[in-house]
Design a protein around this ligand. Structure first.
Ligand SMILES: Cc1ncc(COP(=O)(O)O)c(C=O)c1O
Length: 395
């Protein structure tokens, strides 16, 4: 039977994620991968899971294995409310809903708000997973300009003036793929624009807790709470396999988002939510987060130093004080795809940056480098090889 005829029209937009294809190539032995986008398994609190499970069994008993509220397990939402208070976001447990990863929240937002042809404003480059989440709802994308400090607010204003935008999607802190962070002045300006144009922002914030240097910058949600769906996750500060994401949205949208989730999975795993509740309630995050930072900070520093000394001087790196990625740009007209092929021959892989742009003509000279998955010495070796490959190309 030919199943192609059965596929829905929208399925055509669900392309295989280009990065997954690259990751298949680099799974070969002997390749150092700076291509991944995942936390190091060394960052998981492995020594805690027995204790957390024991506490869950003792405290919640069969309730940890029962169906639960679509909104999320109440003890977890109480803890998430405290976590968000630490980020200066005012949200009571009733305002916070749990999703299966932040990816689950992005999908629900797409399903709730996007009709075929609706326009989503994205910073350029942007997080590929958001495009995968929104694509099945058949939006059009309007890409907005960025520089080393993230979205340029004038580009947002221009976009809001000239297009009917359904929603804006941004990763303001330690963005994936660039590692860039929007400074305070730009956040204030963006919040003003949201109010002025009565616009809705999806603020995706998986990385702000992974800060290795500098002072925290408040979320845009703190500045325009009625205009922002704030989405976050425990994937980078607990364990991604547990799939615990969450959002705090304006109340009207929250109510609808619950109906959407009901139809998808009824609720996120009760047991996993209970584990997460115990992780936060027992003060384990406070204790464990510094260990994650201690693991990643020297890796980021090693990569920054290696780029400084190992890459030809025509290559620049966006400043970054946290997260999991650095963003490197080659000289004008440089083709990072050619560098990718040469680098793989030398045993190093990364993701060419053009995959993160909705406009295929952009980003050919750029690349995303991940530093969470390799130790410092390996990172130094990898960047040295990358530099050698780059020199072979530019002469
Ligand atoms: C910007 C961004 N948003 C969302 C996600 C998805 O995370 P989760 O594991 O919470 O679904 C990621 C994961 O890499 C990400 O980088």
């Amino acid at each position: 039977m030919d199943f192609t005829n059965l596929l829905a029209e929208r399925t055509e937009l669900m392309k295989a994620n280009a990065i997954r294809e690259i990751l298949k190539v680099v799974a070969k032995p002997g390749i150092i991968s700076l291509a991944g986008g995942i936390p190091s398994p060394e960052s998981f609190p492995m020594d805690l899971f027995h204790e957390l499970s024991r506490r869950v069994m003792e405290k919640y008993q069969s309730a940890a294995f029962q169906y639960d509220l679509t909104e999320g397990f109440i003890p977890l939402r109480e803890q998430l409310s405290l976590l968000l208070a630490g980020r200066k976001i005012e949200a009571g447990p009733e305002d916070i809903h749990v999703t299966s990863g932040s990816q689950g929240a992005l999908d629900a937002v797409g399903k709730l708000l996007i009709s075929k042809g609706d326009k989503i404003a994205m910073e350029s480059p942007t997080y590929l997973g958001a495009i995968s989440a929104f694509n099945p709802y058949e939006p059009r994308y309007v890409s907005m300009e960025t520089d080393d400090h993230g979205l340029i607010p004038e580009s947002l204003e221009q976009t809001l003036k000239t297009h009917r935008i359904k929603l804006i999607y941004l990763v303001p802190t330690f963005q994936n793929p660039t590692g860039r962070t929007l400074p305070m002045e730009r956040r204030i300006r963006i919040a003003e624009l949201l109010k002025k144009y009565d616009a809705l922002l999806v603020e995706d914030d998986p990385y702000s807790a992974l800060r290795y240097d500098g002072e925290p910058v408040p979320a845009v949600k703190t500045m325009a709470p009625d205009h922002v769906i704030y989405v976050s996750t425990l994937s980078k500060i607990f364990a991604p396999g547990l799939r615990i994401g969450f959002y705090a949205a304006p109340e009207f949208l929250s109510r609808w988002l619950v109906l959407v989730k009901q139809g998808v999975d009824l609720h996120t795993s009760t047991f996993n939510q209970a584990l997460a509740a115990q992780y936060l309630e027992g003060g384990y995050l406070e204790n464990h987060l510094p260990k994650i930072i201690k693991l990643y900070r020297p890796r980021q520093q090693a990569m920054l130093n290696a780029l400084e000394t190992g890459m030809p001087r025509e290559f620049t790196c966006s400043p970054s004080q946290g997260g999991m990625f650095l963003w490197v740009s080659g000289p004008e007209n440089f083709d990072a795809m050619t560098l990718y092929e040469k680098a793989v021959e030398k045993g190093v892989a990364f993701v060419p940056g053009r995959f993160f742009y909705t406009d295929p003509s952009q980003g050919h000279e750029t690349m995303r480098l991940n530093y969470t998955m390799a130790d410092e010495a390996t990172i130094e070796t990898a960047v040295e090889k990358l530099g050698a490959a780059a020199r072979e190309i530019i002469g």
